[in-house]
Design a protein around this ligand. Sequence first.
Ligand code: HMG
Ligand code: MG
Length: 298
Amino acid sequence: NLPKSVRLVEVGPRDGLQNEKQPISVADKVHLVDELSAAGLRYIEVGSFVSPKWVPQMAGSAEVFAGIQRQPGITYAALTPNLKGFEAALEARVEEVAVFAAASEAFSQKNINCSIAESLQRFVPLMEAAKAASVRVRGYVSCVLGCPYDGEIDPEQVASVARELHAMGCYEVSLGDTIGTGTAGKTRHLIETVARQVPRHLLAGHFHDTYGQALANIYASLLEGISVFDSSVAGLGGCPYAQGATGNVATEDVLYLLQGLGIDTGIDMDKLIAAGQRICEVLGKANGSRVARARLSR
Ligand code: HMG
Ligand code: MG
């Protein structure tokens, strides 16, 4: 009883690039997004409207939105931590936004400089403005399977934050294993716990591969009825507030898993690999996708 089709949320241009120290030109970011569109991704997180003092790499997000060739049927989204960010996103004609909370107090403080409860309060005016502008809002919960500062996280705590996000109007809640310490067993237990508060068809999985467990956790999530996953082309990324976190699971590797299971995504593997390899060459770094590395060395 695996899902027949899966929606991949491509977060490489945002979650991937936000962590890069070297300047990346707007043109290179635009090119990446356009190549991902051409590869068949249907949802692309293009950038974020956060404080440039906190995440300097995302400062040019409005220019990136102005430069991309928007294709019909593709959602181009951005992260917005507060009303100010939401207003900037609207200005940039962002079609959909995401708010982000954490399941751990320490991570909330380091990432957005406030408590979990304060962050949820901060989202209220944003949710109202989004409703008025007919913009859909996705919700993230970080550190769902472990926190770099607080260690173990109680699944009930994750469920409670997810419930709040859902209750305030997030149409989907993405559960982020920010530091990649989750395992398949813990993932299933987490989903069972959260699904008592938010229906599973409204949940997404956001796995990082720091401990090499991301694909196992995705498979465990599929068995739990989850059919939306966030991934990052070429495994780009990490998190500026989670030291040692490697990239999100590589989109190419997730696609390979899904193709092997006969699950439809509508994504073209060759074009996807080419997009990932090109941005890795721009960054001067090794490709983080095992599938891409294997295919490119053939
Ligand atoms: P603060 O310093 O507490 O807030 O930051 P503030 O309201 O006092 O503002 C400070 C300055 O930032 C002011 O400027 C504001 O105008 C400005 P100043 O007066 O000093 O010149 N400011 C903004 N500028 C642009 N856009 C905005 C904005 N808001 C305020 N939206 C704040 C609080 C939330 C703004 C800050 O902490 C922040 O931007 N944090 C973002 C952190 C971030 O982007 N982290 C990475 C994304 S989360 C993630 O990667 C995890 C995820 O992928 C899931 C997973 O992997 O598990 C989602
Ligand atoms: Mg992430």
